[in-house]
Design a protein around this ligand. Structure first.
Ligand SMILES: NC(=O)c1ccc[n+]([C@@H]2O[C@H](COP(=O)([O-])OP(=O)(O)OC[C@H]3O[C@@H](n4cnc5c(N)ncnc54)[C@H](O)[C@@H]3O)[C@@H](O)[C@H]2O)c1
Length: 373
């Protein structure tokens, strides 16, 4: 199979779909890899290293999209990339389609077979291709939140997250105790903040209790508990997920006026539409904005800022699945692996992900029937 790796073009996105070490895995297995020139330059993965790993260098994205059987990317295809995709071509990348009608239209029009990293499941449950980026975003959320709390031109509350002897630490509430939320909590606990995690799954609550013991309070998430902790925290981290679906709006605009002045919301779930009514996607160039005295940080590609760590972590997770597609062909790989099939989102112009179809108002087509057709 010919695998294509274009350079990412989303604002401030420096990650790359395949690192030279991953390319080597494909070429060793007998596949060809075409990498756009300078695709990994921002993270010091040079064209020479890709060539050494057995790749061929393409002069531009057009050449990669025109020739490849499978495109491996990081972020969702941008409109100009959607136009280059075609029927019979596999796209393997993050899509986050439920909150992105324009991209859905582009993928449907292209006729390609789009498999979303974020809904591929693991043999022991969970979302193994989302997990590494959630780990990164979760850990980063506390770093960026701590900086946003500093008094700067954006108007933070002026609190040091861990306090100092004799001065109380900041109150941090993390809504959603999954992968991102747990990693956020580890960082916040490590920085001596006062940490609460709101979670809805009782099984998960028990695991969190075992993990954090007395260092964090784990509270069942209800409308009342969300209100209470959002109103009484300095840093609020939104890390909820209903897989494939748009994020629930747990913090409404009306709630902002009851919050502590200068409180910071880091809405990690912004890539699924955000769990705050007033959240709108921002970029690393301009990450925060103020609404009713509450500072919002809503960068949709947080891991892009630590692109070297993120690319390596993402490659580690994606590689086994991508190799399956390359070795067996997409039809056999999807049919034989129900976990990979869970990622199939758009196939030959049809939406094959129930939550995406529902959120965007499209007809849903069962993925196994589409493959059999
Ligand atoms: N902004 C970014 O750059 C970035 C990067 C990575 C991941 N993410 C996003 O972060 C979000 C979280 O991802 P994850 O991997 O941690 O998901 P996860 O499935 O591991 O965790 C989500 C948790 O939210 C809980 N939850 C659902 N509804 C809830 C509610 N009403 N109250 C409290 N808890 C609730 C679930 O029980 C689950 O434990 C996703 O939207 C993901 O796409 C964003």
């Amino acid at each position: 199979m010919l695998i294509g790796v274009p350079k990412e073009i989303k604002n401030n996105e420096f990650r790359v779909g395949l690192l030279p070490s991953s390319v080597k895995e494909f070429t060793t297995a007998g596949h060809d890899v075409l990498v756009q020139t300078n695709a990994g330059a921002s993270i010091h993965a040079t064209d020479e290293e890709y060539i050494k790993a057995g790749a061929t260098i393409a002069k531009d994205a057009k050449e990669v999209f025109a020739k490849a059987d499978m495109i491996i990317k990081v972020k969702e295809p941008q409109p100009e990339e959607c136009k280059m995709l075609r029927k019979g071509q596999v796209l393997f990348t993050y899509l986050h389609l439920a909150a992105d009608r324009k991209q859905a239209e582009g993928l449907i029009d292209s006729g390609c077979t789009a498999i979303a990293y974020e809904t591929v499941t693991g043999p022991f449950g969970g979302l193994p291709l989302l997990a590494p980026m959630s780990e990164v975003a979760g850990r980063m959320s506390v770093q960026v939140g701590a900086v946003a709390m500093q008094i700067g031109n954006r108007g933070g509350s002026g609190l040091l997250i861990g306090g100092v002897p004799g001065v109380k630490p900041a109150d941090v509430v993390i809504i959603g105790g999954g992968v991102a939320g747990t990693n956020a909590a580890k960082m916040a606990v490590g920085l001596d903040a006062n940490v609460v995690i709101l979670e809805r799954s009782l099984d998960r609550i028990r695991q969190l209790e075992d993990l954090f013991g007395p260092t964090a309070n784990i509270i069942y998430s209800t409308k009342a508990s969300v209100d209470h902790y959002v109103f009484n925290s300095d840093l609020i981290i939104g890390a909820v997920l209903i897989p494939g679906a748009i994020a629930p709006k747990l913090i409404t605009k009306d709630m902002l006026k009851h919050m502590r002045p200068g409180a910071v919301i880091v809405d990690i779930a912004i890539d699924q539409g955000g769990c705050t009514e007033t959240s709108k996607p921002t970029t690393h160039q301009d990450p925060t904005y103020m609404v009713d005295g509450i500072l919002h940080y809503c960068v949709a590609n947080m891991p892009g800022a630590v692109a070297r760590t993120s690319s390596q972590a993402l490659n580690n997770a994606v590689l086994p699945y991508a190799l399956q597609i390359a070795n067996k062909g997409w039809r056999a790989a999807l049919s034989e692996n129900p976990h990979l099939m869970d990622g199939l989102t758009v196939h030959e112009g049809k939406i094959t992900q129930a939550e995406v179809a529902q959120d965007l108002g499209y007809e849903f087509f069962a993925p196994d029937q589409q493959l059999a057709a």
